[in-house]
Design a protein around this ligand. Structure first.
Ligand SMILES: Cc1cc2nc3c(=O)[nH]c(=O)nc-3n(C[C@H](O)[C@H](O)[C@H](O)COP(=O)(O)O)c2cc1C
Length: 335
């Protein structure tokens, strides 16, 4: 495969702030906590988003919400995503976000979860571009930290309005736009329509980041190439596969498509396990790490049986012992 080195580059937000590269980890509620962001950064991600945090909960000083904002030790560029439904709640939450010293603050306009939509936040905002503008303005008027926005293509197939929503967001002061080109109604089904990312890039002056169906290094480079967007955000494709970032860089630099060895997958799984118990309270970590570990072992011979054992683990030691055994078996099987 040809090398595509020119596709990877810094993303300039404004005269003060430049992100050193353009391969990001997308925000994912329930997934992009500090341990996962730590391992993605160690594997080459240039920027990671926190899980979305509720502005209302921040203003209530919810401890659970504040815990979502724990910063990873290797996270030099720290980026927080928030969700809310009014400019007032966004502005009120700001003073609780600033002590974490984020580099960027993103407004979620894409979450399709019914509870979030009912509150008027997430993808409900796609129905009201004016409100997106007002929320962005409330944030940008009160801080120098760049405010960015993550959009879907619209509410449903009959109301595709991402270009209008982006225009209003920029009018409110948004300094970067991410597009996940599926409608709210689509959820995560079907194919993301990358052509909409290309159209948005052609229409927008601020950097445009693409999201949707980035499951491999080749897909990340392909999106950059065919849409001309400034950067890409891997989401589901990074779960159990944080090496997607460094392998994308390798592919761009050398043209070499590296297949991840099972031994590397287990090494990452063990490191992620250790990070989970370092950053998170033990009882919570037992549950939080399970889904990640099940993802790391996908494709490994005998994965169904291993998965069954992981599902029943209740402590760090139990997880470590299962992963240690698999590591030993893989090492023994190597020529
Ligand atoms: C489990 C899960 C949680 C997500 N949580 C968020 C979130 O908190 N904020 C957000 O903007 N997008 C969220 N997303 C959307 C992703 O950031 C991304 O835009 C979407 O998954 C498309 O990328 P993909 O097809 O490569 O997975 C979530 C997606 C998944 C699968």
């Amino acid at each position: 495969m040809t090398a595509f080195n020119s596709l990877l580059h810094p993303v300039r937000i404004n005269s003060r702030i430049t992100i050193p590269g353009n391969l990001f980890l997308a925000p994912m509620a329930g997934f992009t906590d500090a341990p996962f962001r730590h391992i993605c950064i160690a594997n080459g991600s240039d920027l990671c988003w926190t899980e979305m945090v509720s502005c209302e909960a921040l203003s209530r000083e919810s401890l659970k919400t504040k815990k979502i904002l724990i910063r990873a030790e290797n996270e030099k560029i720290y980026a927080v995503q928030v969700f809310c439904s009014t400019p007032e709640s966004a502005a009120a939450a700001l003073k609780h976000i600033l002590p974490f010293e984020p580099f960027l603050i993103d407004l979620n306009c894409g979450c399709p979860v019914p509870k979030i939509i009912k509150s008027g936040a997430g993808s409900a905002l796609m129905k009201n571009p004016q409100r997106i503008m007002n929320i962005v303005k409330a944030l940008s008027d009160s801080t120098d930290i760049p405010v960015t926005v993550k959009l879907r293509s619209g509410w449903d197939a009959q109301s595709i309005n991402y270009l209008k929503a982006a225009e209003y967001a920029v009018r409110g002061g948004a300094q970067m736009i991410t597009l996940h080109p599926r409608t709210k109604t689509q959820g995560y089904a079907g194919k993301a329509d990358w052509e909409k990312i290309r159209l948005l890039k052609a229409e927008t002056d601020v950097p445009v980041i693409g999201s949707g169906d980035l499951f491999s290094p080749a897909a990340c480079l392909e999106m950059l190439k065919i849409t001309g967007c400034d950067g890409v955000m891997a989401a589901r494709g990074a779960v159990g596969q944080p090496e997607i970032f460094k392998n994308t860089k390798l592919l761009a630099e050398t043209g070499e498509l590296k297949e991840t060895l099972f031994s590397e997958k287990i090494k990452n799984a063990i490191e992620h396990l250790e990070l989970a118990f370092k950053y998170i309270d033990g009882k919570v970590a037992v549950n939080e790490i399970k889904k990640h570990l099940c993802s790391y072992i996908k494709g490994i011979p005998g994965s169904a049986a291993i998965r069954n054992r992981i599902v029943h683990c209740n402590s760090f030691d139990e997880y470590k012992s299962v992963l240690g055994e698999i590591e030993e078996q893989i090492t023994r099987a190597l020529p």
